[in-house]
Design a protein around this ligand. Structure first.
Ligand code: GDD
Ligand code: MG
Length: 333
């Protein structure tokens, strides 16, 4: 089976990190997010992945120079302009001449869903499209879905207002599609799956959905990106990955707790790093304290940084205290 992965978004909510690295290439517990996603697809027998690319395609090509990721062959469908989600799926599927049942995934989702159960549900119901759903407390950041007892989608509302629905089941970003879904996608025009195609399929009664309670997270915001990293090192998930890369340089008196430290990071004497992610190359100088933060850049000696996102160009002066800041601030760039 083949899969299309949507990886062409701007990663706006993860700025300043995504100024230098597209969201799917950011590491989660020291493995690229995209590699986690593709590893999950290879388990169910996906042999070829079509990357639906737009914004910044070059870093993807250089990240996987032999055109293979997690043992799966890659193809690159590069949109001439952002096509939005359905436009991008249509563009990629036509580019790869997909003419059989296929999988589509949002490139920023980490989940323990066994996709073969979603495929079986799709086949058993004779659906033309089947969505994976997950329960959340607040659906306002997601596509909320109302289904009947047979799993037929009655309504799909993207980013609902509080009064719009009582459902707490949201689109979890993994889909099984028949090629006939492409009949709903006019070629080469921007089109939203969530705002146009899913409501249209729901109106015809041919859209199905299956909810599971598997581990699920959309890594697209700083707090969820941080959580996705820590969930992979602390036993929250079935898989446990090493938290500190072999190529990090850590002073003997530094204290690191519940954190991920990437290749080439430097952590000075007496520094404290807790509940944080240090991306490859980050520097934390002597005596600095980093708590609940994501760091690509440079933290000066004895600085105190809490709840911050520091991009590659970010430099925090020594002896300063910063709380809940993005450096450099995407709003001013
Ligand atoms: N190729 C391409 N072109 N990809 C795109 C484009 C585009 O124009 N726009 C967005 N994408 C990709 C993003 O890179 C991401 O992998 C995926 O589409 C979803 O976009 P997000 O920007 O992450 O959307 P979201 O998180 O606000 O909402 C989506 O995911 C939720 C679950 O996490 C929607 O599908 C919601 O319905 C869903 O609940
Ligand atoms: Mg997302």
């Amino acid at each position: 089976m083949r899969a299309v992965i949507l990886v062409g978004g701007f990663g706006t909510r993860l700025r300043p990190l995504t100024f230098t690295t597209p969201k799917p290439l950011l590491p989660v517990a020291n493995v690229a997010l995209l590699e986690h996603v593709i590893a999950g697809l290879s388990v169910v027998g996906v042999t070829e992945v079509v990357l639906a690319l737009g914004f910044k395609p070059e870093p993807f090509m250089s990240a996987f120079p032999d055109g293979v990721c997690a043992g799966v062959a890659l193809r690159y469908a590069v949109e001439p302009e952002p096509m939005d989600t359905a436009g991008a799926i249509g563009f990629a599927a036509r580019f790869a001449q997909i003419n059989e049942t296929f999988i589509v995934v949002n490139g920023d989702i980490l989940t323990d869903l066994d996709i073969s159960t979603l495929i079986a549900f799709h086949r058993n119901h004779g659906a033309i499209a089947t969505l994976h759903l997950t329960p959340v407390e607040d659906p306002s950041q997601y596509g909320v879905v109302e289904t009947n007892n047979d799993g037929v989608v009655q309504r799909f509302v993207e980013k609902p207002q509080a009064h719009e629905t009582t459902s707490r089941a949201v689109n979890a970003g993994t889909y099984i599609f028949e090629p006939s879904v492409l009949d709903y996608v006019v070629p080469n025009k921007p089109l939203s799956a969530e705002r146009v195609v899913f409501p249209a399929l729901a109106a015809k009664g041919v859209l199905y959905a299956m909810s599971t309670n598997d581990y699920w997270i959309d890594t697209g915001r700083p707090e969820t990106y941080l959580a996705a990293n820590l969930d992979l090192i602390d036993g929250t998930r079935s898989q446990i990955l090493a938290s500190i890369a072999a190529q990090a340089h850590i002073a003997g008196t530094a204290v690191i707790t519940h954190s991920v430290v990437g290749d080439g990071c430097r952590i000075g004497a007496g520094a404290i790093v807790a509940n944080s992610v240090l991306l490859p190359g980050a520097v934390v100088q002597d005596g600095a304290r980093v708590e609940a933060s994501i760091v690509m850049g440079h933290i000066g000696a004895y600085a105190n940084v809490t709840d911050c996102v520091v991009g590659a160009e970010g430099r925090i002066d020594g002896h300063t205290t910063l709380v809940a800041k993005k450096i450099p601030d995407p709003a001013t760039l």
